[in-house]
Design a protein around this ligand. Structure first.
Ligand SMILES: [Zn+2]
Ligand SMILES: [Zn+2]
Length: 354
């Protein structure tokens, strides 16, 4: 693309849309792989049979399996700090600060959130099947999926004095308040676990994060809902990847269209020049007619080109009709504009004197 400038906005739009499309495609592939792995994972019932299945499995380990059971603590359970009757095995306390920040671009107050404090407590627990067979859940904090329920939520609003309000408008920041939440995985909740299932040397069944980099799930939803959520996430990522790829293609087409017109213009000027040269070379008589000068008057200053002052004026600029320059100087004009009246030049024709 010699001499063809790619505008900075076009380059930025193209780069951004292709980069976002790439990220979305990567996330789509990841969600799709997770869905495929969930489809391939055997769904097992937590009962006495499970130990026998693992005993005959090589390495006493199933790399990716789905189980469902009721949450029971191994020792003493945790209790909610706000509702003493609620017992759980995982407890997460979070304090978030909500602020309104003045956005000088959009001239509005926008909400911003920041985690001020977070505390997680966990006690060993297991998933218990219908016949009291249990599976120990290892590293539950590494699991994704919705397995916590909100047990407490309270927003502490801030009361302002007049001086606070003045200060807020000067600083461009308003403190709205603090939101405290407590989430728990409750004892007795039915949980779907997807991960690596092993039979330990002491005969304990354990569920742990898969060693083959598959996703580890603990969820209070049933398996079908869990799978459907992953599948819909994959669809969304795919749609976004296609959308951004299309946006990138649109920018490319736009640039291509501009490049096409650029080439077309160059080709047209080249054709115009060849036509001019052909007319000049065709007959010496015609040439003198074009120049409008005889050999004896070649230095006649009145008819000289206004740009180079040495060549005769030999072309008519249209649509304004000015005869002011030679063809070489016309081709050298930085813009397609008449040097006399600044009107744009649509066509140029040789000058003939009858
Ligand atoms: Zn000239
Ligand atoms: Zn003109």
């Amino acid at each position: 693309m010699d001499g063809f400038p790619l505008k900075i906005t076009e380059a930025v739009c193209l780069g951004t849309s292709l980069a976002i499309s790439g990220i979305c495609y990567y996330l789509y592939r990841k969600s799709r792989t997770t869905v495929d792995k969930l489809d391939d994972a055997p769904q097992l019932t937590v009962n006495r049979q499970l130990k026998h299945i693992l005993k005959v499995t090589p390495g006493a380990c199933l790399q990716y399996a789905v189980i469902e059971g009721t949450v029971q603590p191994v020792g003493e359970p945790l209790t909610s700090s706000y509702q003493k009757e609620i017992a759980g095995v995982l407890k997460k306390f979070m304090l978030r600060e909500h602020r309104l920040v003045w956005n000088s671009l959009s001239h509005t107050w926008t909400d911003s959130e920041r985690v001020v404090h977070q505390r997680v407590n966990v006690v060993p627990f297991m998933l218990v099947g219908p016949d009291d067979t249990s599976v120990r859940v290892l590293y539950p904090l590494q699991a994704s999926g919705a397995h916590m329920e909100i047990t407490h939520e309270k927003f502490h609003q801030v009361n302002y004095s007049l001086s606070d309000i003045v200060g807020q408008y000067l600083s461009g920041e308003k403190l709205k308040g603090q939101l405290e939440t407590e989430e728990m995985l409750k004892v007795g909740a039915t949980v779907t676990g997807v991960g690596e299932l092993i039979l330990d040397t002491d005969g304990t069944l354990c569920l742990r994060p898969p060693s083959n980099c598959s996703q580890y799930f603990l969820s209070i939803m049933d398996f079908d809902t869990l799978r459907a959520n992953q599948a819909s996430a994959a669809v969304w990522w795919k749609a976004l990847a296609i959308g951004f790829a299309l946006a990138g293609t649109a920018v490319l087409l736009w640039v291509g269209r501009r490049y096409y017109y650029h080439l077309k213009l160059r080709w047209e000027r080249e054709q115009e020049r060849m036509e001019f040269e052909r007319l000049q070379a065709e007959a010496p008589r015609a040439r003198s007619a074009i120049t409008g000068l005889t050999d004896s008057t070649e230095d006649h200053i009145e008819n000289a080109c206004v740009i180079c002052l040495s060549q005769p004026r030999n072309c008519i600029l249209l649509d304004c009709g000015h005869v002011c320059c030679c063809y070489n100087c016309y081709q050298g004009l930085p813009r397609q504009q008449c040097p006399i009246c600044r009107q744009s030049i649509n066509r140029v024709v040789p000058l003939y004197h009858a």
